[in-house]
Design a protein around this ligand. Structure first.
Ligand code: NAG
Ligand code: NAG
Length: 321
């Protein structure tokens, strides 16, 4: 506040010829100026802190045009051909554009710093979803979609096909073993659609974390952190992050109370060559998504070749080029 007080030198060595009453008037003016200035500063600080605090509750200030749904696709560029990546990218971009969603594409290699290279790369999906949430803090739903899955029926919107409260309540599988075929822990039968923040499906062998929906918020952050726990990563589960999820889902009722299991075909139908589909879990014409499950783990299978005819048929019915 130096500028508000007259420099000392001026008043001592060159005393201005100002009568004392005028001097005090001047002082009062200066004090008033300081007070006004101080008030302005306080107001600015208040406004700044108000806006930075309210960022914690995105619902209050969601910017116009924020996509409600973010599709998260993680590419392992060492295991996928460029043409495969291009097909998947086009397929997702068309779908997102049609419904006003947005895509979050990431590379597995971006997340390897987060864990040792001696651990299966499939773990990267967890930091990728977290990264997508940080990048789109105002978006509500994150749809992790496996890079071996094609959206075959882009007319289907996930908000009405999956995320709608009534839809959740009518589709969720109640009181079935969480981990197939016969885990002792079963899905709850009293979960309300509004409480669900995590939607996934099972195939005949596992909970499948390849395609799932998660709602942004504290609970999602907790789930992703628990799932990515260093102890689990280094434990050496046979199916890496899949088995870690099996584990936390069975041991933490806090997760089961917000989780819904959907019939496989709703968003995870398997191609006829993919092993392990449940009854009614195999892709049929008109289904939302086809997934070429484990196509990269068998010598006699070729993901890209299996995907081609479906890609072509999608292209024919939904794209001009
Ligand atoms: C992923 O890798 C490709 C090829 O290296 C690169 O062109 C692309 O920008 C990367 N994507 C992201 C999100 O980093
Ligand atoms: C399979 O689908 C058919 C027709 O949609 C249905 O009638 C049948 O109950 C389903 N079976 C199972 C086990 O879900």
């Amino acid at each position: 506040m130096q500028f508000a007080l007259p420099p000392r030198q001026l008043s001592t060595s060159h005393p201005p010829y100002i009568p004392s009453t005028r001097l005090s008037l001047l002082r009062r003016r200066q004090l008033k100026a300081i007070a006004v200035f101080g008030l302005a500063l306080l107001t600015i600080f208040y406004l700044l802190s108000y806006f930075s605090f309210s960022r914690d509750s995105p619902a209050d200030v969601t910017p116009a045009g924020t996509p409600n749904v973010v599709i998260v696709t993680l590419f392992d560029r060492e295991g996928l051909s460029d043409s495969h990546i291009q097909m998947i990218t086009k397929n997702r971009e068309y779908y997102a554009m049609k419904h006003g969603y947005t895509n979050f594409f990431a590379n597995t290699s971006d997340y390897l710093y987060a864990f040792g290279s001696d651990i299966p790369y499939s773990w990267a999906l967890i930091p990728a979803v977290r990264h997508a949430m940080a990048t789109h803090p105002y978006s509500t739903y994150f749809f992790h979609l496996n890079p071996h899955a094609l959206i075959m029926n882009p007319d289907i919107s996930v908000t009405s096909h999956v995320l709608d409260r009534k839809r959740i309540e009518s589709l969720m599988l109640k009181d079935i073993p969480v981990v197939p075929p016969d885990s002792v822990i079963k899905t709850f039968s009293h979960v309300k659609g509004n409480d669900v923040e995590f939607i996934l499906s099972q195939d005949k062998e596992d909970l499948t974390s390849d395609n799932f929906f998660i709602k942004q918020g504290d609970w999602a952050h907790f789930l992703l952190d628990a799932w990515f726990d260093p102890l689990y990563r280094s434990y050496g589960f046979a199916k890496a992050e899949k088995h870690a999820l099996d584990h936390i889902v069975q041991w933490h009722p806090t997760i089961l109370t917000k989780m819904a299991l959907f019939p496989q075909r709703v968003f995870n139908a398997y191609s006829k060559d993919s092993p392990g589909a449940v009854v009614n879990g195999t892709y049929q014409d008109g289904d939302f998504i086809i997934r070429f499950s484990r196509c990269q783990t068998y010598d006699n299978r070729d993901c890209e070749q299996e995907m081609q005819p479906f890609y072509k048929s999608w292209q024919k019915s939904h794209r001009q080029n």
